[in-house]
Design a protein around this ligand. Structure first.
Ligand SMILES: Cc1ncc(COP(=O)(O)O)c(C=O)c1O
Length: 387
């Protein structure tokens, strides 16, 4: 730290210079991420109410009331208006909270997750000292139900299903997991961090997507992140439990805060009220129709990308997309070489073991896809020339 203060102008100049090579969610060349450039209105709300700390509930009862409404709105979207939950830091904390709640309720230590599970579940299992059984997925990248069944033992307390996998946006057979969990008296947590803001709208548009939410009786909790397809600023994850009873063992009482006794069911103690307000504002501002229009556009661009890929001999989708996430692979060329060359052309692109992942967020338009296709064709020509 300097002894003397710097002028605000100087500081801004230095920050801008430090960030000059950072990429922007707004720019088309960022096709790697699930997070979006937050809606301008959400940004306005976030900055106007930046100082609210919902962790100190008696100081900010208004924000607490808005959070209840947010959870009820999200609950309605997920077929359970009486769900209990919180707006948290992201999908990682949301997943952690579910596992923590169920470990405490059951006193057991083993969970079952699909091979496609997000690494936040492994982090959580590590922190909570859980055994994590990873189950293989079938050819369509959904968890293999027979293998899940085999993996259940006396120490198992929870199965995790994914509605919108990180790698390809696939939805696990949640209805079958739900039956299994009811039969074996297990908790079923659904990680719909990405898919939660996509699948309900696709369903309404008559896309053939399976049930994944509280409509299935075995589902105990759902992760749904407003800071992904909800267009809200980071941090805004969501955790919804079927009922408050499920959180009773992770409810912490704090007595010293303003106004006396406070109960918290989140991991983080001081918590951004601005996040809650931005989510509340966005849900009201967009409404169901607004989000549906957004998803319609994203699915339209997804279809456009698939058509364009069809015209390139040596590239193909690794799987027909379920939602607005496409995995691209090559039958002829090394996918790592392609990814590296595309990154050199300044594309921010995700690389998985066998495919490149493109997340068709609102900023990824048809024009962006045209440039992407142009660049990847150039890359393929270059690689071919070197062989
Ligand atoms: C399916 C899934 N779950 C959880 C997460 C973690 O979310 P966050 O980065 O908000 O903690 C991600 C992140 O991409 C994800 O894809």
């Amino acid at each position: 730290m300097n002894r003397n203060s710097l002028s605000k102008n100087d500081i801004l100049k230095r920050i801008r210079s430090a960030l000059k090579n950072d990429k922007s969610y707004k720019k088309g060349n960022v096709i790697s991420t699930m997070c979006t450039y937050p809606d301008e209105f959400a940004q306005q709300l976030f900055s106007e109410f930046i100082a609210r700390n919902i962790g100190d509930t008696n100081l900010f009862p208004g924000v607490v009331a808005l959070e209840k409404e947010v959870i009820s709105m999200l609950g309605k979207l997920l077929h359970n208006e009486t769900a209990y939950g919180n707006i948290v830091t992201g999908g990682t904390e949301a997943n952690f909270l579910a596992l923590w709640a169920y470990r405490e309720l059951s006193g057991k230590h083993t969970i079952i997750v699909p091979k496609t599970a997000h690494f936040s579940l492994y982090k959580s299992a590590n922190i909570l000292h859980l055994n994590i059984k990873t189950v293989r997925v079938t050819e369509n990248r959904q968890v293999d139900i027979a293998e899940v069944q085999k993996a259940i033992d006396d120490d198992t307390f929870c199965i995790v299903g994914i509605a919108g996998t990180t790698e390809l946006g696939v939805i696990d057979p949640i209805a079958e997991l739900s039956e299994l969990c009811i039969k074996h008296n297990l908790y079923l947590h659904i990680d719909a961090a990405f898919g939660g803001f996509v699948i309900p709208f696709m369903k309404d548009m008559n896309y053939d997507v399976a049930d994944f939410d509280f409509v299935l009786p075995g589902v105990s909790s759902i992760t749904i992140d407003p800071h992904k397809m909800g267009m809200c600023p980071i941090p805004a994850g969501g955790i919804l439990f079927r009922n408050k009873e499920l959180t009773k063992k992770i409810e912490w009482s704090v007595s010293y805060l303003s106004g006396g006794d406070t109960q918290q069911t989140t991991f983080v103690s001081s918590r951004s009220g601005a996040s809650v307000i931005a989510v509340w504002g966005m849900l009201k501002h967009m409404g169901f129709e607004g989000y549906e229009n957004l998803i319609r556009k994203c699915m339209d661009v997804t279809g456009y990308l698939i058509n364009e890929l069809d015209r390139i001999d040596d590239l193909c989708p690794i799987l027909q997309p379920t939602m607005n996430i496409v995995g691209i692979t090559s039958t002829k060329y090394n996918i790592v070489t392609i990814a590296e060359a595309m990154r050199e052309k300044s594309w921010a692109i995700s690389l998985f073991t066998k495919h490149l992942r493109i997340v068709l967020r609102p900023s990824v338009t048809k024009k962006v896809i045209d440039t992407f296709i142009h660049d990847i064709k150039e890359v393929l020509t270059c690689i071919q020339a070197k062989i």
